[in-house]
Design a protein around this ligand. Structure first.
Ligand code: PBG
Length: 343
């Protein structure tokens, strides 16, 4: 009987060698915890489709932020849910808007925790799209949903009219103390517009985490409950990427880097490991992966039914994203994972 000279199991058979030669590291320093802050909410409101996650009032936001910080999670990603929405999403950029208030509260309550703000209009517009609409509806008046929006060849969202709104939001958030801004709207040119506006406002030190390769995905379903932001008509395929494309992701990343993005994101994460890897190999820049709400909900549902080992699956997901090339993982499990690491 002959044995091959190379035997794979020699280094697998003993935990010491397995640890010594493992290629991928994972620790809380790679993680970002998303949090939802809702204007006027006193306590917290659990999100049905995301068991374990809640919309938070300002006090509860601080509780969650402290938990994240104490567990070793370096940053949170903030989403604001305003009490009033209008066609232009005007509450997004108000210096006293909910997300700006939340940033100020976090920076004074938990100063060493980094705060990233998601910059987008969909939580602030009454029609739920990520930008302002074309046509006379663009103003401040509530949009009339009974009137059918003409399905024009270029879609209902006005790209260029949206850019100054996003830039304004980024500036007021950074002025409130946000350490980083993360545009998630997928308008063309928004990274450049935001960079220019930040620089002009004396905020050149604030980095941009761009949702560069953001796909039009069915995995965002639960998030839209959480952020109260489902589009009231149509869908987001006019601005988010077609899931059949991967070369296009490289072009999106190249454009965002050119415009001044500091970190680029791939979203969703689990079904997009190939995209993460291609971007990492092509650009050698920091890459973030967003482990989105639908990915979270699937695991929670299967775990509740007793069909999977929940904690092992979460770890496997995180490791797989790191192995794919993600430097940063944005996940609803961030704090919990970090807490478990320390217990
Ligand atoms: C848009 C935004 C979305 C998510 C993050 N930012 C929703 C969308 O594009 O419809 C989804 C995050 C998730 O599903 O966890 N502001």
């Amino acid at each position: 009987m002959t044995f091959p000279e190379q035997r794979s199991r020699r280094l697998r058979d003993h935990a010491v060698w397995r640890e010594m030669v493992s290629e991928t590291s994972l620790s809380p320093r790679h993680l970002v915890q998303p949090l939802f802050v809702k204007e006027g909410l006193k306590d917290r409101q659990p999100i049905d489709s995301m068991p374990g996650q809640s919309q938070l009032g300002l006090d509860e936001l601080l509780v969650e932020a402290r938990r994240a910080h104490e567990a070793g999670v370096p940053a949170v990603l903030l989403f604001g849910i305003p009490s009033r929405k209008d066609a232009a999403g005007s509450s997004a950029a108000r210096p006293d808007g909910i997300v700006q208030q939340a940033v100020r509260a976090l920076k004074s309550g938990v100063p060493d925790l980094a705060v990233i703000v998601d910059v987008c209009l969909c939580e602030y517009t009454d029609h739920g799209h990520c930008g302002v609409l074309k046509g006379p509806e663009k103003g401040q008046e509530p949009y009339d949903f009974s009137e059918k929006v003409p399905d024009t060849f270029s879609g209902p969202v006005d790209n260029d009219a949206t850019l100054p709104r996003l830039a304004e939001m980024a500036v007021t958030c950074a002025q409130a103390g946000a350490d980083m801004v993360a545009p998630s709207d997928m308008m063309d040119g928004r990274v450049g517009a935001i960079r220019k506006a930040l620089d002009a406002a004396g905020l050149a030190h604030v980095p941009i985490l761009s949702y560069a390769a953001k796909y039009a995905s069915s995995f965002y379903g639960p998030f839209r409950d959480a952020a109260e932001s489902p589009p009231q008509f149509g869908d987001r395929r006019g601005y988010q990427m077609d899931l059949r494309n991967s070369d296009e992701a490289l072009r999106e990343v190249a454009a965002d880097l050119e415009e001044g993005a500091d970190i680029v994101m791939v979203k969703p994460a689990l079904a997009y490991g190939d995209i993460i890897r291609r971007i990492k190999d092509a650009f050698h820049v920091p890459v973030a992966a967003y482990n989105v709400s639908g990915e979270y909900a699937m695991v929670e549902a299967a775990a509740k039914a007793g069909w999977i080992n929940r904690e092992a699956v979460i770890r496997e997901i995180f490791v797989s994203l790191r192995r794919a090339g993600a430097d940063i993982i944005i996940s609803y499990w961030a704090t919990e994972f970090a807490v478990l690491r320390h217990s």
